[in-house]
Design a protein around this ligand. Structure first.
Ligand SMILES: Cc1ncc(COP(=O)(O)O)c(C=O)c1O
Length: 394
């Protein structure tokens, strides 16, 4: 059956974009091969020239990776996708494939540590100018536009304090000045938010998060228009080589078959966890976009289908209290990944956001008593009991 004959997104994610062999395999085939053979030197020439269709080399393209890319485009609602070795490879390539010395990038300040490092300290080495702004306020984006501004970059909601950027307003503004918008949509996954619907040009993902969601493989993806993929992204990625392994692409394709169910169920668990933590006497406050107390609650409701499975909270106390709480947990693991079936906890100030200066962390409300929790698929009673006993014991 053709993918285009299927009506629903989940049917397409489960049965779509197959590259079947003659062996009548039931599962997606895994082409664990670096290269592809040619019948003749003439055929090799024709395929390299583009006169004949065909796979050449896995750094360029591979049927298993092709299935993953097509399924990513389906779930994200974008025209096309290029898979990468990790989320950071996707972030870096999405910027560098279109920038050159003298260009200017405007980025929201509230970013994951490695993204901030790439924008602040790595791409600036190549003569690219950067402005960091508080992305919550549309006026800040407007004020920073210059004749050489090429890209707006932001994460929404941001990791780990859930600041939101109004995707539609920023995209409308960018369009007027011919600026490309890159959205890091990792925190809530393509199940809960589709930035392309609001006008985003490029969307980036980390595969280890909800896409795999089971702690197995690295991977990343860049979603964009077919034209941008062909003309800008493909030449850059083929020759610089941050390609995904076919095995990882296969694992991630299998992850996409269940992502919808997992993310919705995990988000339901997170909503209950938010309520429980908000009422706990050892907790000062909780950061979660779908909490009525969130200052951008209305925007969250507009952009996101649910609040997502990740939340963060301030414990009453200091770094030592936060560490004690984390160390007291019996079931929930200490891990900096997120979006996994297993509930995971991390202390952002000393791990994922350690690379920021003290001032930058303070600006983003990443204080020493902040804990980030990625709620998994365990039964809520067990998640609650573990959190409760760890909080009571601090
Ligand atoms: C918001 C955000 N962006 C980018 C990344 C990088 O993804 P990866 O670890 O796959 O390189 C992460 C990883 O934690 C993240 O949370």
């Amino acid at each position: 059956m053709l993918t285009s004959d299927l009506k629903g997104k989940n049917s397409k994610l489960i049965r779509g974009a197959l590259n079947k062999t003659n062996f009548r395999e039931q599962s997606e085939s895994l082409f664990l091969t670096s290269g592809f053979l040619y019948e003749s030197a003439e055929q090799a020439e024709a395929i390299f020239k583009g006169d004949e269709a065909g796979f050449q080399y896995t750094r360029y393209a591979n049927p298993t990776i092709d299935t993953f890319e097509k399924r990513m485009a389906i779930i994200d609602g974008s025209e096309s996708c290029f898979a990468t070795a990790s989320g950071m490879a996707a972030v870096f390539a999405s910027l560098m494939c279109q920038l050159q010395a003298g260009d200017h990038v405007v980025s929201a300040t509230a970013l994951f540590g490695s993204c901030r490092e790439v924008i602040k300290n790595i791409i600036t080495k190549y003569g690219i100018e950067i402005s960091f702004i508080d992305g919550k306020n549309i006026e800040n984006w407007k004020k920073e536009i210059k004749s050489n501004t090429k890209i707006f970059f932001f994460e929404t909601p941001s990791n780990p304090c859930f600041e939101l950027v109004d995707i539609e307003s920023v995209c409308k503004l960018a369009e007027k000045s011919n600026i490309k918008v890159i959205v890091d949509n990792i925190l809530v996954s393509p199940v809960l938010q589709s930035p392309s619907k609001f006008g985003a040009d490029i969307i980036v993902y980390s595969g280890t998060k909800h896409i795999d969601g089971q702690g197995r493989t690295m991977g990343g993806a860049i979603l964009c228009s077919a034209k941008f993929r062909e003309e800008v992204l493909k030449p850059f990625l083929r020759h610089t080589g941050p390609c995904i392994s076919p095995f990882n692409a296969w694992t991630l394709s299998k992850g996409l078959e269940t992502i919808d169910l997992r993310v919705v169920e995990q988000s339901r668990n997170a909503e209950k966890t938010v309520k429980f933590l908000s009422e706990h006497n050892k907790v000062k406050s909780v950061n979660y976009p779908f909490s009525k107390s969130h200052p951008q609650y209305e925007l969250a409701k507009k952009q996101q289908k649910m609040g997502g499975n990740v939340l963060s909270f301030y414990i009453k106390g200091d770094k030592k209290t936060a560490f004690n709480f984390i160390n007291n947990l019996k079931m929930i693991d200490i891990c900096n990944n997120l979006g996994d079936t297993k509930s995971l906890v991390v202390h952002p100030a000393t791990t994922t956001h350690r690379i920021l200066t003290d001032e930058e962390r303070n600006d983003q409300n990443i204080f020493d008593n902040l804990v980030r929790l990625s709620v998994g698929l365990e039964d809520f009673e067990d998640i609650k009991d573990d959190l409760d006993q760890a909080l009571i014991a601090i």
